[in-house]
Write a protein that binds this ligand. Structure first.
Ligand code: FAD
Length: 598
């Protein structure tokens, strides 16, 4: 039966026909793999997602975790799913073999993750956080920390969280106030509170490994004074067995619009609820060096940002597949030119406007999927580069594409979910159908892991201007290469190439112009407009890449790809013209608006 989660044919096309990831197996890091092992992992993840994750998606939405003052209760299916994934060795799939991992490419892992996120993004959230936490500690932790905390996470006995945000400090992490007091034994005691921390309290694993940002007194101000600590829920005895309860306590659960299956917590850190070793204060172990916490955390955040982008794509994707299926089965109305009221009704998929809504979803979700897999391949190229130049190239592209890979799907695959509701009509607005939940679940994505606005400042204020625009130039080269290939094909790809070339050169010109006046406030005032125009132009490039990859091939799948590419170039790319006009004029409407005028 065809899956309603993600299209395996699309994944196969993107992974093998377009990105040619089987060629990664020629590199040392991936030499033990083959297309067969990649396919087996994708197959396994589809099966696990369908059987253990999709089965309780609605149930965990309707029965969110509860806290009775002592214990948090989560429906049992969540633990069953996490155990099933752990037993299948999925958590360690990309990790080094020396740590017991399978050393699979990130590209395969991202595609595999799409199944879990499409099936149940909340339960997949526990998995994503644990994997990202383990990756960070495997990179920056000591051998002992890896042995003590990473290995049990890879085995599924412990789970992981990332605890950055505080009530008064979300976007602005420089303002966190949780403090870490050094102790004579080399450990620290942490005091403060954390807000919005996902997965930080439950009974599903033996322990929870919280990665907590805090400031050591006397350190530099701002982000330069932030350090990173392992603050486990339970301390461990010398033999690694579960010991005393650490002083990190649940103050309460947040009640969310969507993604209700994963606990979201307010944590009291070191308030004396528990007294490890007889004294209050949460015991923490420094990761790496003092004051370098933000740099370490960014490793996890960048990975998490790609994970958020893929989560948004996956939710958009499943909503798209479900709305196509619904539109094929829902009879309503007659062709606009039909004059006979006694003629049978037609399925709504035959109405042009419904086709438009489905085509838009297809363009958003397949485009988003392609972008995320492209970025994952850049991660693989970084990890397996055969020269410094190749690594440098992959790093520059990944740097500039990460804010887009996080934000574009969070905006447009959410829009896809909105359209999926619209295709379902009144039924889409009811909880009997899945699509309203997909929308609510997806609505988080423009907020966490750096809001839409913060991503736009990262793109325009940092990534684009970094090293005299080197990242932008690297992306420009990649776009030009695609344009040249499409031009050689002639016909429709060449026409699209001309359109993309002109959009890119306008974007590059507008970018340079925005900073030439030296008015940084004005240049950054419309950074979100920039992010959105930039994102659409990047996606036009990704669609042209797909157009090139399907060239000369026949069949419904390839015709569908061509039609979605056409849709993108005709309906979507032109949206960037007025956006670039506004940016070029350094418009100050928003900047000059005053508080008292609202
Ligand atoms: C369900 C959920 C799960 C989460 N999980 C975690 C987690 O596991 N770990 C964790 O550490 N955090 C987590 N968070 C926190 C999340 O990362 C923050 O909510 C997010 O970073 C925004 O911070 P804030 O809520 O304080 O909003 P604010 O930072 O107050 O932002 C409010 C608005 O102001 C804008 N804004 C703020 N500063 C600027 C600026 N300088 N320039 C322009 N605009 C600005 C923002 O874009 C936004 O629109 C989670 C949040 C939610 C809702």
């Amino acid at each position: 039966m065809k899956s309603m989660l993600v299209s395996r044919s699309d994944l196969d096309f993107l992974l093998y026909d377009w990105l040619r990831i089987d060629e990664l197996t020629k590199r040392d890091r991936f030499a033990e793999h083959s297309r067969e092992t990649f396919d087996a992992v994708l197959e396994l993840c589809e099966q696990l997602a369908t059987r253990y994750f999709a089965n309780h998606n609605k149930k965990s939405d309707a029965n969110e975790p509860t806290f009775d003052g002592h214990r948090v209760t989560v429906i049992p299916e969540v633990k069953e799913a996490l155990d099933a994934v752990a037993q299948a060795d999925i958590i360690a799939m990309t990790m080094d073999q020396r740590l017991g991992g399978a050393q699979l490419p990130a590209t395969v892992a991202q595609a595999a993750f799409a199944w879990f996120a499409a099936a149940n993004v909340s339960t997949a959230g526990y998995l994503m956080l644990t994997m990202a936490n383990a990756n960070l500690l495997a990179t920056f932790g000591t051998d002992e920390q890896i042995e003590t905390f990473v290995q049990p996470m890879l085995a599924g006995r412990f789970s992981g969280t990332m605890a950055l945000s505080e009530t008064q400090a979300g976007s602005s992490l420089a303002d966190i106030t949780t403090r870490a007091e050094p102790q004579s034994d080399g450990s620290y005691r942490l005091f403060g509170s954390k807000m919005w921390i996902s997965g930080a309290e439950h009974e599903m694993t033996d322990n929870i490994v919280n990665l907590v940002l805090a400031k050591i007194p006397g350190g530099p101000p701002g982000t330069k004074g932030i350090s990173l600590f392992i603050v486990p829920k339970y301390l461990l005895d010398a033999d690694g067995s579960i010991g005393e309860r650490n002083d990190v306590a649940l103050a309460g659960l947040n009640h969310k619009m969507g993604q209700r299956g994963i606990t979201n917590t307010v944590l009291n850190v070191g308030d004396g609820t528990f007294t490890p070793g007889g004294t209050p204060g949460a015991v923490g172990y420094l990761v790496g060096e003092q004051h370098r916490g933000i740099a370490y955390m960014f490793t996890m955040m960048n990975e998490a940002r790609l994970g958020v982008g893929m989560g948004a794509v996956a939710l958009g994707y499943t909503g798209y597949l479900k709305s196509v299926e619904y539109a094929r089965q829902r009879p309503q109305g007659r062709p606009v030119t039909s004059k006979d009221p006694a003629a049978p009704q037609i399925p709504i998929i035959e109405h042009a406007d419904v086709k438009r809504m489905l085509l838009a979803q297809k363009a958003y979700v397949e485009g988003g999927m392609a972008l995320l897999l492209y970025c994952a391949k850049l991660v693989d190229l970084q990890h397996s580069a055969e020269s410094d130049q190749e690594r440098e190239q992959a790093t520059m592209l990944l740097d500039i594409l990460t804010p887009v890979a996080k934000s574009w799907p969070s905006q447009w695959c959410l829009e896809a979910n909105d359209l999926a509701i619209q295709v379902h009509g009144g039924y889409g607005y009811s909880r009997e159908y899945d699509v309203e939940q997909h929308y609510r679940d997806n609505r988080l994505n423009p907020i966490h892991e750096g809001t839409h606005g913060i991503q736009s400042l990262d793109l325009l204020g940092r990534k684009v201007i970094h090293r005299k625009g080197a990242n932008l130039i690297a992306l420009g080269h990649a776009v030009s290469t695609t344009v040249a290939t499409a031009q050689r094909l002639g016909g429709e790809p060449a026409q699209m190439a001309a359109q993309l070339e002109s959009a890119w050169s306008r974007l590059a010109g507008v970018t340079a112009g925005m900073f030439s006046a030296g008015d940084v406030d004005a240049a950054l005032a419309n950074s979100v407009v920039y992010l959105e125009a930039f994102g659409h132009i990047v996606l036009a490039w990704i669609w042209l890449e797909q157009m090139v990859a399907v060239d000369g091939r026949d069949g419904d799948f390839f015709d569908g790809k061509r039609q979605a590419a056409r849709y993108f170039f005709r309906y979507e790319l032109p949206r960037t013209t007025p956006q670039l006009d506004l940016l070029e004029s350094l418009d100050r409407t928003a900047l000059e608006m005053r508080d008292s005028w609202f």
